[in-house]
Design a protein around this ligand. Structure first.
Ligand code: ME8
Length: 507
């Protein structure tokens, strides 16, 4: 049976246009989706939009359009952005779709039947931009601790979810499933939060109408987070397509920003437990991007538009930068200077030059056909390179298991540099021994072939271009992973061609 892998991004609010932060999470999910496909998994990769709630209703009113018109226009932008960034999602869900509403109705009804939803009264502070309820204690100078904006006092009839009863079982799940919350620092944060005691959660509102009505009590709309989280079930056929649901659920991985960790690691598993559904296997929370050292905000006007960056500097270059610049999980800073420097040094100089000099030498010394290697010419330098490459596969797989993209790229670039050093040490242009020269050229082609596989999840187009120059079939789809990463003796006879520089230098 084919192994499956289900990965999700958050579904993004439609009151904001896509920026580098949204691109970051979605490219991150795309990287693991592509890697898992290379490893033979049947991948379901979900992204989408979160379209209900007071925040969207207000933004639409300000723009003097209906909420659905606002949603439609922002969805258009996402649907243009994802192909531009080469995102290979297999589903795009909108919370205004019928299949989503069906799923929300069902989980609500199941949780209610279970006795975990009751009617009460709600009086507390609410931060509309963050769609978060806050206690008096959480306020900072009377304002929202997250966004530092004004909060509103709300008193209303509301349904509550008995979150307070789930603390022990949540802690037990976290303890029994190391790696459920990653990175580890986030796990500690959540464990501490749960241990301070959970309050029941208000899960319905009566003060606005843009949402999914509570079944049997339509003056209430369902709290936007209860609604939104359910998208992860709806996409895989819940509640009507049992076959599909069993195939993909529980999700293997929810990738999110650190801002929405609590929703995914406390509320979500509690809702699922109440509905007697399995919990996701992993939630990975990444860090936050600032821009030129400052928080990104519409008012400062420093919001980074991923469309402009990809169009000017290239999609692969942008994707590479996001994971090469900052360890995935940590906060990072975006600047055009840093992007350019990565492109020129590591893409153009290191990898681009390695390819172009290797192809040129194969053309010059062997009429463009990759020669076989000669066993007797394998010396110390060759063995070092071979050993280094043979350790790559298992170390990369382990790193991917923890979304350690930063070290994956480190491992890959270590090999790129080793190959460049190898060329420098061998000086093929001075080589007079024909066997030795063949062996060197063979090793270069074989190493580049392996690199084309490992860079593929990060830079799918560059991977294909590299393979075309090496005379390999561009796509890795349906290829056997182990064949593709095997080294010696697998590139004989390939006909290389000189192409455009893989990564043009930028000023
Ligand atoms: O929270 N740096 O949607 P949202 C890195 N609809 N990532 C960032 C970022 C930044 N500066 N800014 C945003 C929501 N992000 C809910 C989710 S899921 C059931 C519902 C990314 O449009 C990051 O992934 O506010 C963050 O979690 C997400 O955008 C928030 O997107």
């Amino acid at each position: 049976m084919t192994k499956t892998f289900y990965v999700t991004t958050p579904i993004y609010y439609v009151n904001d246009v896509p920026h580098i932060g949204h691109a970051y999470t979605t490219v991150a999910a795309d990287v693991i989706a592509r890697y898992k496909r290379l490893r033979g998994f049947d991948v379901h990769f979900l992204t989408g939009t979160d379209e209900h709630g007071m925040k969207v209703e207000k933004s639409a009113a300000e723009a003097m359009i209906s909420p659905i018109e606002l949603a439609n226009s922002v969805v258009e932008r996402y649907k243009k952005l994802w192909p531009l960034l080469n995102i290979s999602n297999t589903d795009f869900i909108r919370t205004t779709e019928g299949r989503h509403k069906t799923a929300v109705d069902r989980i609500w009804s199941d949780v209610k039947k279970k006795g975990d939803i009751y009617l009460g009264h709600y009086e507390d502070w609410y931060c509309t931009p963050c769609e978060t309820f806050l206690t008096e204690l959480q306020l900072v100078d009377g304002k929202c601790p997250e966004c530092l904006r004004e909060v509103e006092k709300l008193t209303e009839e509301s349904y509550f979810f008995k979150l307070s009863e789930f603390g022990d079982s949540l802690i037990e799940y976290i303890e029994k499933n190391p790696g459920f919350i990653e990175p580890a620092s986030r796990e500690r944060e959540i464990t501490n939060f749960i241990k301070t005691g959970l309050r029941d959660l208000s899960v319905s509102r009566t003060t606005f109408s843009w949402g999914i009505p509570v079944p049997d009590d339509p003056k209430h709309v369902i709290y936007v987070w209860f609604d939104a989280l359910t998208n992860y079930l709806a996409s895989v056929g819940y509640p009507n397509d049992d076959l599909k649901f069993k195939k993909y659920w529980p999700a293997d991985l929810h990738i999110i920003g650190k801002d929405i960790l609590r929703f995914h690691t406390v509320y979500w598993p509690a809702f699922l437990e109440s509905a007697e559904l399995p919990k996701p296997k992993k939630v990975f929370a990444h860090g936050w991007w600032t821009v030129d050292g400052a928080k990104m905000s519409k008012s400062t006007g420093n919001v980074v538009d991923p469309v402009a960056i990809a169009e000017e500097y290239g999609t692969d270059q942008f994707r590479f930068f996001l994971f090469r610049e900052v360890p995935f999980g940590a906060d990072g800073d975006f600047s055009i200077e840093a992007l350019k420097s990565r492109i020129n040094s590591e893409l153009a100089n290191d990898l681009g030059n390695l390819l172009s000099r290797s192809v040129s030498m194969i053309i010059k010394y062997r009429d463009g056909v990759v020669p076989d290697y000669v066993e007797a010419s394998i010396g110390e330098l060759e063995n070092e390179l071979l050993n280094s490459f043979s350790a790559l596969s298992s170390s990369i797989d382990k790193l991917f298991a923890h979304l350690n993209y930063y070290d994956v790229l480190n491992e890959i670039w270590l090999r790129v540099r080793e190959m460049n050093a190898y060329v420098g040490n061998c000086e093929p242009w001075k080589e007079t021994d024909d066997d030795k020269l063949s062996t060197v050229l063979h090793l270069l082609a074989a190493g580049l072939k392996v690199l084309s596989v490992y860079i593929n999840p990060f830079m799918p187009t560059a991977s294909e271009k590299l393979r075309v120059q090496l005379g390999l079939s561009p796509s890795l789809e349906g290829k056997d992973f182990d064949d593709e990463i095997s080294f010696l003796g697998t590139v004989n006879g390939l006909k290389v061609t000189k192409g455009d520089p893989l990564f043009p230098k930028v000023d």
